[in-house]
Design a protein around this ligand. Sequence first.
Ligand SMILES: NC(=O)c1ccc[n+]([C@@H]2O[C@H](COP(=O)([O-])OP(=O)(O)OC[C@H]3O[C@@H](n4cnc5c(N)ncnc54)[C@H](OP(=O)(O)O)[C@@H]3O)[C@@H](O)[C@H]2O)c1
Length: 194
Amino acid sequence: MALALRFARAGARVRIGSRTSERAQTAAKLAGEKAGSGAVEGFENAAAVREAGVVVLTVPPDAQVDTLQALASSFRPGAILVDATVRLQSDENSALLAAKHVPEGVRVASAFHTLSAGLVGNLEETIDSDVLICADDPEAKAAASALVRMLPGARPIDAGGLKKSRLIENTVQLLIALNRAHKVKHSGIRITGL
Ligand SMILES: NC(=O)c1ccc[n+]([C@@H]2O[C@H](COP(=O)([O-])OP(=O)(O)OC[C@H]3O[C@@H](n4cnc5c(N)ncnc54)[C@H](OP(=O)(O)O)[C@@H]3O)[C@@H](O)[C@H]2O)c1
């Protein structure tokens, strides 16, 4: 919902997916109103994915594989999946797991791990953060970078192939610890020298 809001505010056509079309439509109505966009629609997940060239996956880690398996026949050939899943209690690489469970021909990038939903969902706030992007496919990397550029103040940084994505998930653990230690809501990352 938070990312959908920002994409809608940036003028993108957005299809919000949910396990129920009712929840999707409610979320889409709210996002459209908040973002001042008439181009946000809500669909049950499979219908949302069927028409999308770029799909952003933001489900809890335990639901990632089941969700991708359920959607396997819905992806358009050549579609791009941008996975935002973060596993905090495991060493498993969520991006590689996503790549393993999408149909052949679907390209995977990972991004958005280090942005908190609270920050992204507040349209009054500038993001002021770098977003590390991993992908093995150049078009997937470019598509994820284009999404990041829709967030005011956010800068996409190429962090390498999907194997590197686990390092970013570990960074999220660090950011959460820093938030607690310094009593802030949304710490982020800035890479200097690039
Ligand atoms: N929250 C953050 O600040 C943040 C930041 C960076 C990355 N992430 C990552 O982004 C992902 C989503 O985080 P979140 O905080 O947005 O999670 P969330 O609010 O718990 O879940 C997002 C949506 O996933 C769907 N969902 C929930 N349980 C599901 C299940 N068992 N099967 C299929 N769909 C399910 C729900 O939509 P419906 O009920 O409408 O289907 C829910 O609204 C996670 O992997 C998290 O690690 C989160």
